[in-house]
Design a protein around this ligand. Structure first.
Ligand code: UFG
Length: 331
C-alpha cells in the first residue's frame, strides 16, 4: 500500500511528502517539473511524468500498489488564469479528468485534492464555512470548483472517495529538511516581503489601502505549510476508514492578518526596515478571507500547530535566509 503524490515537487506537495514519510507512509511522486523543482523531491520513487499520460499513470499506480492519490499537480496563479483561462481548463480540469480515469482503471478509489479558498470568490461572510456560496472571481478558482464537482460525480458513478482541502494562504517551510517556498515568478506576499529583507527587492508594494478593513489593506488567513501537510495525512487516514465520501474542508487558522500587519511582523522577525509603497489595488483581490476550519478539526481531528503569525513568518525567514536563491542554492 502506498500513496501517489502528483505535484510532489511543488511547494505544498513536497511538504506533504515529508509529512507522509515522517509518519511511515510509502510515497511515490509524479511531477512533470513544469513548475516544481527536482531539488524538492525527497528520497522516494520519482516519475517525471505528466498526469495526462494515462497509460503511464495507470502502470505506475499498479507497480507501486497505490491505494490513495494526493493530487496537487496544477497551475495556481490567479492573475495568469485571467490572462489565459484555457491553460487552466486544460492543465487543471482536463488533466484531472485523465488522472481520475487512470485511477479508475487501476482501481484506486481514494483521492485527496488540493483545492482553494478561491472557490468562494468574494465571500458573503467571514469566517467562511464550507457550505457558503461559491462564486469564483477568476478561472483558477473556477477550475478548482469544476474539479470538486467532477469528484462529486465520480463518487456517485465509480465509488471514488475524495477529500477536497480548500487552503487559505500557505506560508512557512519544513524547518529541518531543505524544502521551502520557491515560485518563479514569485507573487505571494510573505516571500516578496522576505526578498526585500534579503536585499533582492527595494520595497514591497501594498496593493490597495482603501479596502473596508481596519487599516484599509486586505486581510488573509495565513496557515503554515506543515499544518496543511498534516491535514493531508489525516485526510488519507479518513479515506481509508469507513468514513467519508465526497467531502470538502477549509484549512486556515481562523484569524486574519492585514497586509500591513504581516509587514510589521516581518520587520520584527527579520530586523530589517522593509520599505513599503502603497499602490493601487490588484484586480480580483477580495477584502478579507478568513476560514472556519471547525469541520476539519471535528472530522479530520486536525489541530494546526502554528497559529502564531510570527512563528509562521520566522519559519519562512529561516528558509529564505538560508536559501536566498531557492532551489538554485541546492547543489
Ligand atoms: N499583496 C501585496 N503585495 C504583494 C503581494 C501581495 O499587497 O506584493 C497582497 C495581496 O493583494 C493580498 C495579500 O497580499 O491582499 C495576499 O496575497 P497573496 O498573493 O500572497 O495571496 P492571495 O490571497 O492572493 O492568494 C492565495 C493563494 C491563491 C489562492 C488564494 C485564495 O496564493 O492560490 O489565496 O483566494 F487562490
Amino acid at each position: 500500500m502506498a500513496v501517489l503524490v502528483t505535484g510532489g515537487a511543488g511547494y505544498i506537495g513536497s511538504h506533504t511528502v515529508a509529512e507522509l514519510i515522517e509518519h511511515g507512509e510509502k510515497v511515490v511522486v509524479a511531477d512533470n517539473l513544469s513548475t516544481g523543482h527536482k531539488g524538492a523531491v525527497l528520497d522516494v520513487p520519482f516519475y517525471a511524468v505528466d498526469i495526462r499520460d494515462s497509460e503511464e499513470m495507470t502502470a505506475l499506480m499498479q507497480r507501486h500498489d497505490i491505494d490513495t492519490v494526493v493530487h496537487f499537480a496544477a497551475n495556481s496563479l490567479v492573475g495568469e488564469s485571467v490572462q489565459d483561462p484555457l491553460k487552466y481548463y486544460e492543465n487543471n480540469v482536463a488533466a484531472t479528468a485523465k488522472l481520475l480515469s487512470a485511477m479508475v482503471k487501476a482501481n484506486v478509489k481514494k483521492v485527496v485534492f488540493s483545492s482553494t479558498a478561491a472557490v468562494y470568490g468574494e465571500p458573503e461572510r467571514t469566517p467562511i464555512e464550507e457550505s457558503d456560496e461559491k462564486e469564483p472571481t477568476n478561472p483558477y478558482g473556477e477550475t478548482k470548483l469544476a474539479i470538486e464537482k467532477m469528484l462529486d460525480w465520480s463518487y456517485k458513478a465509480y465509488g471514488l472517495k475524495s477529500i477536497r482541502l480548500r487552503y487559505f494562504n500557505a506560508a512557512g517551510a519544513h524547518g529541518t529538511l531543505p524544502i521551502g517556498e520557491d515560485h518563479r515568478p514569485e507573487t505571494h506576499l510573505i516571500p516578496i516581503i522576505l526578498q526585500v529583507a534579503l536585499g533582492q527587492r527595494e520595497a514591497v508594494s501594498v496593493f490597495g489601502t482603501d479596502y473596508p478593513t481596519p487599516d484599509g489593506t486586505c486581510i488573509r488567513d495565513y496557515i503554515h505549510v506543515m499544518d496543511l501537510a498534516s491535514a493531508h495525512r489525516l485526510a488519507v487516514h479518513r479515506l481509508r476508514s469507513e468514513e467519508g465520501g465526497a467531502e470538502s474542508f477549509n484549512l486556515g487558522n481562523g484569524s486574519g492578518f492585514s497586509v500591513k500587519e504581516v509587514i510589521e511582523v516581518a520587520r520584527a522577525v527579520t530586523g530589517h526596515a522593509i520599505p513599503a509603497i502603497e499602490v493601487e489595488r490588484r484586480a480580483g483581490d477580495p477584502a478579507a478571507l478568513v476560514a472556519s476550519s471547525d469541520q476539519a478539526r471535528r472530522l479530520l481531528g486536525w489541530q494546526p500547530e502554528y497559529a502564531d503569525m510570527s512563528a509562521i513568518v520566522s519559519s519562512a525567514w529561516a528558509w529564505h535566509s538560508s536559501h536566498p536563491h531557492g532551489y538554485d542554492d541546492e547543489t
